[in-house]
Design a protein around this ligand. Structure first.
Ligand code: PRT
Ligand code: ZN
Length: 283
């Protein structure tokens, strides 16, 4: 039985459960206690605050966990980073009051910066040889400059709206983050096998996101042109139609390219273009 630590509430909770569910691991809503079993896969779920997940995984109380990469770097416990999961995307940036004429990181020499991520920031300034006083605070970092607590801040940025509302300008991006699957170093063979199955299911789920299944009928003398328009993941499927002289092409394409490819296919004489949602793409 593999024990997975998830954030109990907060930004990563829902998306973590959604990813597990799309990977075929069901957790009933009513079942979400501190520790609960999944219905159809050998895992149990431990719900924790995100701050506690790296340590819990590092010491083996949970075998794996899903947490922001920023927390993994900040806490700095020995854990394996198995997989980036492409949700909870954000960046950790330095920001200063917008009226400041910022010229570069040396601005921070001898200054004070407020943050909840002192470890990552200390390492950054260390790499640049900049002496800056780091003031660790746990919440509302963005108001620190306006109350005279610091000259700048180092915090998570997503849309940038919070910085703008507080009269701050983002000046340096120190790291990019997303949710990651982490694990206890040196998991035994059986647990590692379950982790591999889990990762391969996650990969399938992540790859099928944003993809569509395209079916299109093309005159046979236009197949080569059509195949140039629809490069597929491998070779697209080509099937002869009952109507001689025509074939059907099936392919998986990015959702963002659907309209462009459909327009170009119509221009070369393709007909009956069907675009379907893709349930799963198992690799
Ligand atoms: O209760 P618990 O301790 O478990 O949760 P928490 O309150 O410490 O964390 P939570 O749920 O806020 O965030 C969990 C993780 O989500 C973070 O560690 C990041 O990896 C990721 N994440 C992604 C974010 C954001 N986007 C985000 N926008 N975490 C926080 N924010 C906050 C940020 O702190 C700032 O106040 O949103 C604000 C900025 O957002 P914008 O859109 O205005 O730029
Ligand atoms: Zn937290």
């Amino acid at each position: 039985m593999l024990r997975i630590a998830l954030q109990s509430k907060g930004r990563l909770n829902e998306k973590s459960i959604e990813l597990l569910s799309e990977a075929g691991i069901g957790i009933e809503e009513s079942n979400r206690r501190l520790l609960s079993k999944a219905s159809n896969f050998p895992v149990e779920i431990l719900y924790l605050r995100d701050d506690d997940i790296p340590q819990t995984v590092s010491c083996g109380i949970a075998d794996v966990g899903i947490v922001g990469y920023n927390e993994v770097l900040e806490r700095d416990y020995p854990v394996e980073v198995f997989q980036h999961l492409e949700f909870g995307k954000c960046r950790l940036s330095l920001a200063v009051p917008k009226y400041i004429e910022y010229t570069g990181p040396e601005f921070f020499e001898g200054k004070k910066v407020a943050t909840s991520y002192p470890g990552i920031l200390r390492a950054y300034f260390g790499r640049l040889n900049i002496n800056c006083e780091i003031r660790e605070i746990t919440g509302s970092v963005e108001i620190s400059p306006s109350i005279g607590l610091a000259d700048g801040i180092f915090d998570i940025v997503s849309s940038g709206g919070t910085l703008v509302q507080n009269g701050l300008a983002e000046v340096e991006t120190v790291m990019e983050s997303d949710a990651v699957l982490i694990g206890t170093p040196g998991l035994d063979g059986e647990k590692m096998q379950t982790v591999r199955t889990l990762m391969s299911r996650f990969t399938s789920v992540l790859r099928s996101r944003g993809k569509k299944y395209l079916l299109v009928n093309v005159p046979n003398d236009k197949i080569d042109e059509a195949l140039k328009i629809i490069p597929s993941m491998k070779s697209p499927t080509l099937l002869p139609l009952a109507d001689k002289g025509w074939s059907a092409i099936h392919a998986v394409i990015d959702e963002s390219e659907v309209w462009d490819k459909a327009d170009r296919l119509k221009q070369i004489g393709a007909e009956d273009i069907l675009v379907l949602s893709m349930e799963k793409l198992i690799i």
